[in-house]
Unconditional design. Sequence first.
Length: 521
Amino acid sequence: MTQHDRLLIIDFGSQVTQLIARRLRELNVYCEIHPYQNVTDAFLKEFAPRAIIFSGGPDSVTREGSPRPPQAAYELGVPILGICYGQQVMMQDLGGKVEAGQSHTAEFGRAYVTPKEERIDLLTGWFLDGTGREQVWMSHGDHVSELAPGFAVYATSPGAPFAITADLEHRFYAVQFHPEVHHTPNGKTLYENFVRDAGFKGDWTMDAYRDEAVAKIREQIGDKKVICALSGGVDSSVAAALIHEAVGEQLTCVFVDHGLLRLNEAEEVVGMFRDHMNLSVIHAQEQDLFLGELEGVSDPETKRKIIGRLFIDVFQKYADQIEGAEFLAQGTLYPDVIESVSFSGGPSVTIKSHHNVGGLPEKMGLKLVEPLRELFKDEVRALGHELGLPASFIGRHPFPGPGLAIRCPGEITRDKLEILRKADAVYIDQIRKHGLYDEIWQAFAAILPMRTVGVMGDGRTYDYALALRAVTSVDGMTADYYPFSHEFLGETSTRIINEVKGINRVFYDCTSKPPGTIELE
Ligand code: XMP
């Protein structure tokens, strides 16, 4: 198997460490994030990085016992880039000085750096737009007050006389700002220069990954059988397509239809996998079971619990029919498995509780296959593309496991679901027609537990009200409502009321997250 050049990101607890990894992956560089506590001498030897990046972090290097990399990192002879706290750590470790925060040297937010006379390769492509400066994003209280021996300054900002410094002989680079964030517009170039200097060939592509992953899956599974819960989402779909490429008929997918899917969704998903990709898919038609148990339930948490429990039961029932299955496939992604730095003691593993089949592997004695564990979402999409999944499918907005149940506050009835499906389809059609689908992170309609009075033709109506939701987001953790034009909203409202019997009023939800959540329940 190919051994990619690897870059190690030592995490000191910055909120934006993951962005460093994403910027590097965009440059086709394979990197991993590891919390500083785990980076021992033995780990470094085993990992054998071609370059290292020290992330930012919330601590102060002036505090005794603050996080440090192992001394061995400096002795590997590979380039190191220190960012913010990482810069300060590097300076102090190598014989410079850092002073604790003072108001006149602290900088938060946008700042501008200007270059010194001597230019270095790290800054190739910087300072070219005629203004003679570059916008960067700062977030520091402490500052370097004396450079370590061997370092020189190559750019400054008003609050950071040592904004960009380097020891060219050792290829140690230290910057006070965050090149990984969006508000450092030319940050990607800096990373590109850094990895080029370190000799990365840019060999981390989804094309290459596909072949390696296939080989690895074959080795893991041998001639055994695998089962996979298809949700219709991008992650489980790409995982299934990849595993199918590796072991073909040994994979069986189970698509659980809980009666809470969108218009034509089950047919589209099952049709695509079964007819176009030749996967063996069991379409578990369990609408009656789910809707039956949900009857009369209006508490959001109770709904979620019922759906989660039934999902596991149903999946297990179908999986039991597949004789000799030893593996369970899951579309776990890299962000789900990155250990985060915890300052309340020990590293903690963040695993999303959303995985619908959580707990199943132990219960059924199955081993896990997780072929996307090393990938970020953008990479999963690129891989899906490589595997021949249609672009319209890969670019789909996220859809929650509990489906329309959490878009139907109050009691769920078949009538309401029917109305909601039609209204949601018109709304999404409007968004696509106006070319807005890809600009929006997630959009959907929700049917409200209220009826309002209207007048249509000469008659009075007393029908349901509908809420439209559309948000922009990066990861669903925070979100902003999408600023549709009034024309769009007016046109969409008219279309929904004209085309969907049962709705006579439409609201637009303009709550961001926080304080709201994306879903209504
Ligand atoms: P909230 O409503 O928590 O949603 O702001 C954030 C994102 O997560 C999705 N979501 C879920 N996805 N199972 C899932 O697979 C769930 O139980 C679940 N609840 C919320 C939601 O659609 C949004 O993208």
